[in-house]
Design a protein around this ligand. Structure first.
Ligand code: C5P
Length: 407
């Protein structure tokens, strides 16, 4: 398998600290992007002296972050936690002697060091500095400590250094960092303990005849992000997916289904999960009768008879254990709150996540979402417009605070 297929769709946090080798990390970001990876760049304040946020923001197609509390903050101060959960791998390259010592002692004075502390993904550290600093017992002890904690540390190759000295301290070539990253990802093992979560996602597809079907505009993104976030938080996740081209999140068991009836069967088979999140846009109607042959057109109009599909969430609400957590979604374009509350109580669930696809920042497909959570205990939690990955983490944080802490 080449690096390209292994890194496609993977998510990297690339932390760059303030050393001359930072210029090489521009190439590293470019290579990761070319391999199909998503990259979030974090610069320490000193790294700005060597490379610009404009260059790295353009290459990564994401805003480059430095401070934990930036001046123009818009209410999402927990970004460091989200990024730590979002990433498949965090790379710190170059790691200066100063940043290394912060990683070891847990200093948390920039977005880079904060994400490093909260990250649950593996970490790859690539030290680069002058030879004597690199060989100093403090630095060597720090590298050893990081290794003993499970961090992968690449040796700094020998060669001509920016100081004019020759010795160890160079940053490995970006191509070697990318190869090491691919190996780490290939061997990182998913968690297989923790409470069980069942997530449904995507549309369903109801056949009318052998070539035609009824479906809806759901992309499945929100449900897939919920599955990914739950896995990162330590749950054992099963994802029941309607037809979608999305890739299975790492460590998640996926069952593909096509119709609402198939989804119903798989969900019922797994209805003992500790948490069930019905994010799928399940079709409410199927064909009264699926034609065995392609329906031929006639001169006049055609009337189809549609039949109700099973309401999976309602059935789960009837059969539920009291200690189970049931989360449903409501997609409303009119009388939204009333519709959400009707579902909350009518289907006997713990939380309804309301979204209105006609609102700015909400809707189908990749990108952002804007939701409000309604709880059985009467709580109402409006969330700001965020990426669907962040919305997923926020939903789990609100709906499963106790289990999240245990996991
Ligand atoms: O009643 P409505 O379809 O608006 O409710 C939406 C919620 O119910 C979603 O969580 C959806 O996954 C679930 N649902 C279901 N079975 C259906 C239709 C919707 O579980 N047949």
């Amino acid at each position: 398998m080449n690096a390209k297929s292994r890194l496609n769709g993977k998510r990297f946090v690339v932390g760059i600290s303030g050393g001359i080798a930072a210029y090489k990390s521009v190439e590293l970001v470019r290579m990761l992007r070319r391999e199909g990876a998503e990259v979030q760049v974090l610069l320490t304040p000193d790294a700005h002296r060597f490379v610009t946020p404009l260059t790295l923001g353009t290459l990564s197609e994401r805003e480059v972050l430095t401070e934990i509390f930036p001046a123009n903050e818009n209410g999402s101060w927990t970004k460091h936690v989200h990024l730590g959960l979002w990433a498949d791998l965090m790379i710190v390259a170059p790691a200066t002697a100063n940043t290394l010592s912060k990683l070891v002692s847990g200093v948390c004075d920039s977005m880079l060091t904060a994400v490093a502390l909260s990250a649950r993904c593996p970490m790859l550290v690539c030290p680069a500095m002058d030879h004597d600093m690199y060989e100093h017992p403090s630095t060597q002890d720090n590298l050893e400590t990081l290794r003993s904690r499970g961090t992968t540390v690449m040796d700094a190759p020998e060669g001509l250094l920016a100081s004019g000295l020759t010795g160890k301290g160079r940053l490995p070539e970006p191509v070697d960092i990318v190869s090491t990253a691919a190996v780490i990802l290939a061997y990182s093992t998913p968690r297989s303990s923790g409470p069980q979560v069942l997530v449904t996602a995507g549309p369903t597809r109801e056949s009318l005849d052998p070539v035609r079907y009824i479906t809806n505009r759901s992309s499945g993104t929100m449900g897939f992000e919920l599955a990914r976030a739950a896995q990162r938080l330590g749950y054992q996740v099963t994802l029941v997916a309607g037809p979608t081209a999305l890739e299975t999140p790492e460590g998640v068991a996926r069952v593909d289904v096509e119709t609402a009836r198939e989804m119903h069967r798989v969900v019922m088979d797994n209805r003992n999960a500790d948490v069930i999140i019905m994010a799928a846009a399940v079709a409410d109607y199927e064909a009264g009768e699926v034609a065995g042959d392609k329906i031929k057109k006639g001169d006049g109009d055609l009337t189809l008879t549609l039949r109700r599909t099973p309401d999976i969430l309602r059935e789960l609400g009837t059969l539920r254990r009291e200690d189970q957590v049931l989360i449903g979604f409501a997609l409303e374009t009119r009388d939204a709150e009333k519709g959400a509350l009707n579902k909350l109580h009518g289907k006997n669930v713990d939380w309804i996540v309301l979204n209105n696809p006609t609102e700015a920042g909400a809707g189908f497909g990749p990108g952002t979402n804007k939701v409000t959570l309604f709880g059985r205990d009467g709580s109402v939690e409006p969330l700001p417009t965020m990426s669907k990955a962040d919305v997923a983490l926020a939903i789990l944080g609100v709906a499963l605070p106790d289990i999240s802490r245990e996991a």
